[in-house]
Write a protein that binds this ligand. Sequence first.
Ligand code: MG
Length: 328
Amino acid sequence: MAKLSDVGEREAIRLLTAIFDRGHPIGLGHDCGVVEWGEDYLVITTDVVNPRTHIPGGSRPDQVGWYLVAVNLSDVAAAGARALGFVAALSLPPSTDTDFLRGLGQGMEACAREFGIAILGGDTKESDVPSFAGTAIGRVRKDRILLRKGARPGDAIVVTGDLGRAGLAYAQLADPATRAEGLEELLRPYPRLREGAAFSDSGIVTSCMDISDGLGLSLAQMAAMSGLSYSVEWEKVPLHKPLETMPADRQREYALYSGGDYELVATVKPEAAADLVARVNEPHRGSHHELTVIGTVERAGPNTLAAGGKREPLQGRGWEHFRPSHSG
Ligand SMILES: [Mg+2]
């Protein structure tokens, strides 16, 4: 009998999908589940955070609280939906300091306020190990929902923000001098709800997903859903600024194969890509790298990375639970 550590997270999901799949038009395997609601879909997503996988030692409780809300809202953003609310189930050992719980709640509240929603309620339970399950709800017009599939060959691939931020932050944890900075970056992802809504409103974005586990793995998952391949041009990938002076292999490891950036990767009709980039980049913050075209959707085949005039495989590896690392 295989263990989860042998098969990994994606096989575990496949096992459950085979049980739950009822052949609905929008089935399982997207960033959110959907429920028909008149003209709209309600979208629902849940993500659990626990000390072993997501909360490095030294994290402040408010950072953990922000993270719990943010990673769930990131999936709502990926569906192109507006966030409506959030609930959480918190499992805590009885020895937990009340200050920890207060900090956790304050971090959750800060993130919810930032994105215009409220924490609607939840549950607290006693357990041997801490574990925090969040659930976010959103709403999107039926004909404007964004899914992992829907791309067509020739579509442009775009990405929000810059990549490699979390990979670098994770590496910074090893050095006491940079650990606090690394924790702050890792645990403070900024869900791209504004961009996701703009994608949805545009009517020209054909598919979307959030990059929770690295671009390589996200594009492998999109390829599995769409039956197409994704070709990325390395020179166009917007790098997190401190990466720019690093050796190429580290840049790639952080920007393509490390989890935790929570940017959106989307596909857009090629003739409209420039228009979308202009529309998303225009109103906010005035900083660089808001939305960048990084490649093209192609017919079925392996995902590729074009770099220095050569094409190589874009690997479908990144962060996967139940086993430390995985390629495929
Ligand atoms: Mg996701």
